[in-house]
Design a protein around this ligand. Structure first.
Ligand code: BES
Ligand code: ZN
Ligand code: MN
Length: 504
């Protein structure tokens, strides 16, 4: 569904939308919100019905009823928010995500959402979280089913009108947040679409074309470096990773010019499929490796959102795109490649390919004059071991940049946990034949992955976000089906805003 949102100041009971939604808190009387929804304060017959059905407004439990002509809307849903003291904007986003799923399951074309009971200190962020939840929760990958088999599919482009009833909330900041949330969530869904698309349909040339199309629509400058250009530039690392595939690598350079300083570089790993290469992965779950381009996807989504928000700084987006395949021409364990900046890498494990393609991308960002580099990638299985699916791992060489990234994540509701860099880890990736080896072994795997990439940033403040555990997750309120999340679109966009000094 494609959400078109409006703001209403009147009474939600007058809405003629197909579905009316309200929010209730645990251990609070239901007659307040429910009688208001019914437009009959004091009568509260709906509250009695809800109580009779044991609805207690526990977190993410909802009560649904047909209204039989008592309301303009045919159906009412009351979403449980849990105890009021546990209220957060993150809960708003998730609750609205669940509402988005319900609306999409019911195939409604219009809904009215009464946010008057959602108490937030910051009405702008409330508007943002609410619309993000709806747009993300209502999204689903259409897939390639033969149309007659799956009539519920092909939902992606269906328009849905949403009226937010604000109560006492101020419309102007709510509307501003809503506009921002629309931009971000739509960009995020584009990234999810990229993630879901299988690698026979999204190989390097295709991903680069997709980026060109997005860039043109967003009025970003775009340049695609093909294999010939990559060779001229001396990018032996990304060429090495891609040399086993019939689909040669690409590097996409996106530019947003906000007319200010500093210059921020956003860099993403874009492995359209990671078989492991000659260091082949086990077959169980290998299909998930079509998602190994979601770092590059997040960069594309963030660049699109940045182009819409127009912060006052310059941003370079770099997507390092290759397909990691075994073949007679593939890189072999022990091979040594030379990156753009002249540093050599001994590839002891061809499955540690992300850091290799990123070596070229990061050193190229330095060459292009980046003042800050934030890079994101589905880099290590170890990130899943340490944080599971609940947070992304941060490895940063600069405390101030790390603070910006953490603050951006906190504001945007994307959890990030910083890991330490200790100099002792360096010996883990020393090589006897090259400047660095790419696969240091299991110890501190997420940290050494980030540190190896950081080696190519020189003195430029550098932050690495490992999204191996967060880029695709099981189904949940914001994720109708297990799959891509579009994580880091919001955080990277907010990092740009913070570095532009627009926000605190
Ligand atoms: N794309 C994988 C990391 C990954 C694994 C992401 C599982 C999501 C889920 C990456 O290229 C990889 O294979 N990393 C290796 C690195 C190791 C060989 C140093 C890993 O994590 O095992
Ligand atoms: Zn990979
Ligand atoms: Mn790999």
């Amino acid at each position: 569904m494609v959400v078109e949102a409006n703001i209403r100041v009147g009474a939600v009971s007058e809405s003629s939308a197909e579905l009316v939604v309200g929010f209730a808190f645990e251990a609070e009387t239901l007659s307040g919100p429910l009688s208001e929804l019914a437009g009959e304060p004091g009568k509260a017959y709906l509250a009695q019905a809800a109580e009779r059905e044991q609805f207690k407004a526990e977190w993410l439990k909802w009560w649904s009823t047909l209204t039989w002509g008592h309301l303009g809307a045919a159906r009412l849903v009351v979403m449980g928010m849990g105890p009021r003291e546990e209220f957060s904007l993150d809960r708003v986003r998730r609750a609205l995500g669940q509402v988005g799923q319900i609306a999409s399951d019911l195939h409604v074309a219009s809904l009215a959402v009464d946010v008057s009971t959602l108490d937030s200190g910051n009405v702008e962020d409330l508007g943002q979280a609410a619309i993000e939840g709806l747009v993300l929760g209502g999204w689903q990958f259409d897939g390639y089913h033969q149309a007659t088999d799956k009539p519920a599919a092909a939902d992606a482009d269906r328009p849905v009108t949403v009226d937010f009833y604000l109560g006492a909330h101020s419309p102007e900041p709510f509307g501003q947040g809503m506009a921002r949330g629309q931009t971000l969530a739509a960009a995020q869904n584009m990234v999810r679409e990229l993630g879901w698309t299988p690698s026979n349909r999204l190989y390097p040339e295709k991903l680069a074309q997709w980026a060109e199309k997005e860039a043109t629509q967003a009025r970003l400058e775009v340049e695609v470096l093909n294999e010939v250009r990559l060779r001229e530039l001396g990018m032996g690392a990304i060429l090495g990773v891609g040399q086993g595939s019939v689909h040669p690598p690409r590097m996409v350079i996106l530019r947003y010019r906000g007319g200010g300083t500093p210059t921020l570089a956003l860099i993403g790993k874009g492995i359209t499929f990671d078989s492991g290469g000659i260091s082949l992965k086990p077959s169980a779950g290998m299909e998930d490796m079509k998602y190994d381009m979601l770092g590059a996807g997040a960069v594309l989504g963030a660049m699109r959102a940045i182009a819409a928000e127009k912060p006052a700084l310059d941003v370079i987006g770099i997507m390092a795109i290759a397909q990691n395949m075994p073949s007679g021409s593939a890189l072999k364990p022990g091979d040594v490649v030379t990156a753009f900046n002249g540093k050599t890498i001994e590839v002891t494990n061809t499955d540690a390919e992300g850091r290799v393609v990123l070596a070229d991308a990061v050193s190229y960002a330095v060459h292009l004059g980046a003042d800050f580099i934030v890079e994101t990638s589905t880099l290590t299985g170890a990130a899943l071991i340490v944080l599971g699916h609940e947070a992304s791992a941060l490895v940063a060489t600069d405390d101030r940049l790390a603070e910006d990234v953490l603050a951006a994540g906190a504001r945007m509701g994307e959890r990030i946990w910083r890991l330490p860099i200790y100099p002792e880890y360096k010996k883990l990736y020393e090589s006897d034949v090259a400047d660095i080896k790419n696969s240091p072994g299991r110890d501190a795997g997420t940290i050494t992955g980030g540190m190896i990439i950081a080696e190519f940033a020189g003195d430029v403040p550098f932050a690495h976000l490992d999204i191996a555990g967060t880029a695709w997750i099981d189904e949940g309120p914001l994720n109708k089906k297990a799959g891509a999340t579009g994580v880091m679109v919001r955080t990277l966009t907010e990092v740009a805003q913070r570095l532009a000094g627009f926000r605190d």
